[in-house]
Design a protein around this ligand. Structure first.
Ligand code: NAD
Length: 347
């Protein structure tokens, strides 16, 4: 290998090292830690650079870039969403991300983010429920039992004290996989044959399905007073999970309205449909749930700040765990203007 003239290596967290890191720390600990990181960043929400994600759509999926900065660090995630991928043995969602130093523009971390996205999505869902779900909620219906599902279940256990998970998926094999993975995780797991059976006795309903269409996973009559809905799967134009009448009866909480109005459940509603920004609840600027009979709905689409928080968390663990490799990805000649000389010296 040709050595660069100066060492400007970038720490890289591979899939293998991410798996080791999460196993070493424990899934529930990582999700709890991520909730703390995301909450801390949501409290300083106004100082972030924010933009709806940059999406490139095709008939069968989407590829997105999700950038943000707090003025000291800059981060972005590359993520796809292809619901038909699983038929070819590929995942619906894969991702990787990068953190950089704003002062120099040099990258300081490159990381896998497929696993990290599942963890941060579970953390964000559980964080929202911590502020919005009815007090003492112990039972959650989990509709859509694919890649995100177990992370969601463990997030609600670790952060909200959920003890019973009621599973439903149109594909019974997905439910069986989820039930198998959640066995021995300290949860009571009930596999259901219909969505109606899954929501029985649930104070929290999570929808986490993938279908590139306006689907109706929950109809209006399925949602009783006082329930908290965590709608994770509707996260793209033309892709929703809830009947719009549910939105009319709910207090709707969102991450970044400019993005959620394009991608979330509220794309079905007029542009001035009232929503509350979740960060305002967490920062104490407005109330979350104010009535035990209120239906609260977290219209989750996933926002760049959550990925930024997750990347910074992973970076903070590198020295302690050593679970990274150094990536030779920045050409950095001794004389910064002699890039061509670097090429000549390498011959
Ligand atoms: P996945 O393809 O692994 O799993 C989706 C599951 O939904 C499958 O098992 C499928 O059989 C099931 N399903 C589809 N239609 C259904 C229906 N009508 N009723 C019940 N089940 C149904 O996908 P995944 O990685 O688990 O992601 C799930 C969804 O969450 C995707 O739409 C993805 O884009 C979205 N997502 C959102 C965020 C966020 O931050 N909001 C983050 C990650 C993923």
């Amino acid at each position: 290998m040709i050595a660069p003239s100066r060492q400007a290596y970038v720490p890289f967290v591979s899939v293998e090292n991410m798996l080791r890191l999460v196993l070493r720390l424990g899934v529930e600990t990582v999700i709890r830690d991520l909730v703390a990181e995301i909450e801390a960043d949501f409290r300083r929400w106004p100082l972030f650079d924010k933009t709806p994600r940059v999406a490139s759509h095709s008939d069968i999926g989407v590829i997105e870039l999700m950038p943000t900065s707090d003025g000291e660090s800059y981060g972005f995630k590359y993520v796809n969403g292809h619901p038909s991928n699983t038929k070819q043995g590929l995942q619906t969602v894969t991702a990787f991300g990068l953190l950089a130093d704003v002062a120099t523009g040099y990258p300081v971390l490159l990381s896998e983010m497929t696993i990290l996205t599942a963890l941060r999505t579970a953390a964000t869902s559980a964080m929202a429920a911590k502020w919005l779900a009815p007090a003492g909620a112990t039972t959650m219906a989990l509709i859509g039992n694919g890649a995100q599902a177990e992370f969601q279940a463990l997030g609600f256990k670790a952060v909200c004290g959920v003890t019973e998970i009621r599973l439903y998926d149109i594909d019974p094999a997905a439910t069986a996989k989820c039930a198998r993975n959640l066995a021995n995780q300290g949860l009571q797991v009930v596999s259901c044959k219909t969505p109606e059976e899954a929501i029985l006795g649930a104070q929290i309903i999570t929808t986490c399905t993938a279908d590139k269409q306006y689907a109706t996973i929950l109809t209006d009559n399925m949602v009783g007073a006082g329930v908290h809905i965590n709608a994770v799967g509707g996260d793209c134009p033309g892709k929703t999970e809830l009947h719009k009448d549910i939105l009319l009866r709910s207090s709707v909480f969102v991450e970044y309205p400019e993005q959620t109005r394009i991608e979330g459940e509220i794309q079905q509603m007029p542009a001035d449909f009232a929503v509350t920004e979740l960060w305002e609840v967490i920062a104490g600027q407005t109330k979350g749930r104010s009535d035990p009979r209120e239906i609260t709905l977290f219209d989750s689409v996933g926002f760049a700040i959550e990925d930024f928080s997750a990347l910074r968390y992973i970076r903070s663990k590198l020295a302690e765990t050593g679970l990274f490799t150094q990536l030779d990805m920045i050409a950095d000649p001794d004389d910064p203007r002699d890039l061509f000389g670097m090429l000549l010296r390498a011959a």
